[in-house]
Write a protein that binds this ligand. Structure first.
Ligand code: SIN
Ligand code: MN
Length: 264
């Protein structure tokens, strides 16, 4: 899958591109079912909210077959290869839960802020491509972006070890206010199966989910192979050390995992 000139331009100007309904309902049903099994596992990679529900599952592409294939899916890997202009490896892989009623916030941050400070990633030549496993709406804790904020470069940040169960380099309120006065705040929403790709310096956050609907999103954080991390402070399953270029699988690579009744 290749991005059009218009999409490339939108990414450059706004810092993100939304692609509706890239994956079929059958593919998404398969991945939702596997996510449920993963969240039920007692593993170091599955982090929980204070209430005990899953917050995120790291590195599922290393211990689940459907997610192994998703981690090399051409509909996700190829547009990023195009934007980063070369082969990519998996820096991080996570299935964020944002569970109904209990899903907690992600504070305002830039992903590159954490990748640079914690992992010594040399340049912002990495990015997220995200797949909605559920319908994402205004009410179930959507991802919020400050358009154009990627042009501000890597901003000053503080290490937040307390607000949520996941340590993050977060931005102060004055910075968020200044950037939002310029770019506004948007929350791209859409049906399950949609894909959202965003620049690693784009400022983003998400509110808590007090709706009765889950909001699960899978994030592939892909990095140009030349730009691999230099510091190995975090767990291997949070910041990967296998810099092998991803070889995209075939477009129908999930097909034989789909149960016949789900495909009807
Ligand atoms: C993130 O910023 O990495 C995750 C935010 C979310 O899933 O809401
Ligand atoms: Mn993030």
């Amino acid at each position: 899958m290749r991005l059009s000139e218009e999409q490339l331009q939108a990414f450059d100007e706004e810092g993100y591109v939304f692609l509706p309904e890239v994956f079929s309902p059958e593919e998404v049903t398969l991945l939702r079912g596997e996510a449920t099994k993963i969240y039920a596992m007692e593993r170091d990679e599955v982090w929980r909210e204070s209430t005990g529900v899953a917050r995120t599952a790291f590195a599922a592409h290393t211990y689940n077959e459907a997610y192994r294939r998703l981690g090399a899916h051409p509909r996700l890997v190829e547009p990023v290869t195009q934007l980063l202009d070369g082969p990519v490896y998996m820096h991080q892989f996570k299935i964020n839960a944002k569970a109904a009623f209990d899903g907690d916030v992600w504070q305002w941050h830039q992903d590159y802020g954490t990748w640079a400070r914690d992992d010594a990633m040399p340049e912002p030549r990495a990015m997220n491509i995200a797949l909605f496993l559920d319908d994402v709406s205004a009410v179930n804790g959507p991802l919020m972006f400050i358009p154009k904020s990627h042009k501000a470069g890597k901003l000053e940040a503080g290490h937040d070890l307390n607000t949520t169960s996941y340590p993050l380099w977060t931005l102060d309120r004055a910075t968020v206010t200044r950037l939002a006065e310029e770019g506004g705040v948007v929350a791209p929403t859409g049906p399950a199966g949609s894909v959202l790709m965003f620049h690693c310096n784009l400022v983003h956050a998400s509110p808590s989910n007090i709706s009765p609907w889950d909001r699960r999103i899978v994030y592939l954080s892909l990095c140009h192979v030349d730009n691999h991390i230099r510091q190995f402070k975090r767990a291997e399953w949070i910041a990967h050390r296998d810099f092998t270029p991803i070889e995209p699988l075939s477009d129908d690579c999930l097909k034989d995992l789909i149960r016949p009744e789900a495909a009807e």
